[in-house]
Write a protein that binds this ligand. Structure first.
Ligand code: NI
Length: 183
């Protein structure tokens, strides 16, 4: 379909609670998901939420494929997740660096639950149910936050751990940066 413009932090739509999807297998939903896939691929992102392209509905996509250039990367299944619900499997949290397509050029150290259970629907309306940990769990929490109007800087405990990626990670270039930085 189309690569869409991504809204940037400060846009009021990114602060709204998005609406649940009620109808599946509609041209509008399929077009939204295709636009999201096209946009995430064009920007080399690890995840994207519908509000980031200006649609306030509870739809997220995410996924990281194995890549020989980044042997240490954690693979996350390519997923379309609609009306997600999260539960934490225990209280353990860990800090990790995040970036966001709506906060370009920045990185922050964000605490997330290490182990979660999530449910939702796929593009056809069939149910999805998974346990996830570590980076997979981090990506899902980041994307679901978008549906509740929360951007990762709001989760940073110490704002000294928020800055420009070119300063924090001066050795990274667009060619060497793993895609997990962009959600
Ligand atoms: Ni994001």
């Amino acid at each position: 379909m189309a690569v869409k413009e991504t809204l940037k932090m400060g846009h009021p739509l990114l602060q709204q609670v998005a609406q649940p999807v009620t109808d599946f297998n509609t041209p509008a939903l399929d077009a939204l998901i295709q636009d999201m896939l096209d946009t995430m691929q064009a920007l080399n992102g690890a995840g994207l939420a519908a509000p980031q392209i200006g649609v306030s509905q509870r739809v997220v996509i995410f996924g990281v494929d194995a890549n020989p250039r980044y042997p240490d990367i954690e693979v996350v299944p390519q997923t379309v997740l609609i009306n997600p619900q999260l539960t934490m499997l225990d209280d353990e949290m860990e800090e990790g660096w995040e970036g966001c397509l709506s906060v370009p050029g920045m990185r922050g150290l964000v605490p997330r639950y290490t182990r979660i259970h999530y449910t939702g629907r796929d593009q056809q309306g069939d149910s999805i149910e998974r346990d996830a940990s570590d980076f997979h769990a981090r990506v899902v929490q980041h994307e679901v936050d978008h549906l509740d109007g929360i951007l990762y800087p709001q989760r940073i405990r110490d704002l000294r751990n928020f800055g420009y990626e070119s300063v924090l990670f001066p050795d990274l270039t667009p060619e060497t940066e793993p895609p997990e930085a962009r959600e």
